[in-house]
Design a protein around this ligand. Sequence first.
Ligand code: PEP
Ligand code: MN
Length: 267
Amino acid sequence: MLNEKILNGDKITVKVGKLNIGESNKPVIMAGPCSIESRNQIIETALELKEIGVDVLRGGAFKPRTSPYAFQGLGFKGLEYLKEAGEKAGIPVVTELMGESDINEFLNYTDIVQIGSRNMYNYSLLKVIGEIDKPILLKRGMSATLNEWIMAAEYIAAYGNKNIILCERGIRTFENITRNTLDLSAVPLIKEKTGLPVIVDPSHGTGIRRLIEPMSKAGIACGADGLMIEVHLNPEKALCDGKQSITIEQYKRIYDWCKKYVNVDNL
Ligand code: PEP
Ligand code: MN
């Protein structure tokens, strides 16, 4: 029998390079395209974001798409481009791991391992990533209760890895104008119950470009330790999730606001 309840509310901070996620008053900003589309695209995005300011570069290479006929990502070629882009800009990277096969090769390319919403219930995958020594970004399952989400994190911790960042990315409700319903009440609750850092993903949480700025601000105001935002050089041409992707200019407004934000409760 494994220990019960490792995540008991005692504060855990997650180190990624120079960042200590969950520790500081300043939100950590992860940004980049939904998918890595080409070497030029991800390098140019990384350099533009770096110039404005960004803490972690995101980009999917293995994409969990609803349709098997939709763009599936560039796979390992994409991971090579992502790593190169992160190195050129001098920032850590995060990308999604979809399955257990080739995990050792996958781990060469990323600083943070993202487990997507569709895999939050994949207990064999959770056990495997519990045994690695890289930070995990665990997204909330789209139909997961807080307790189920906590238990998914507990799987990872029980197998040895407590470097977990939780990501609220919206849940399915009866509402269908937004892509998902961003459940911000989950943020302070799950922080309190697990002690883990929590970030908010307003992109998948709303699916609507013009809602990214207000929901980013709302996420920070309710205590999130950071944000993960989809940004594209030309959202209209994006191969995946263009409708919810913001431009570099829109990103700059959000970034500048976040970095000026002071949580008076923590002063
Ligand atoms: C993503 O971050 O690109 C993604 C697929 O997100 P989710 O797993 O939350 O749908
Ligand atoms: Mn996406």
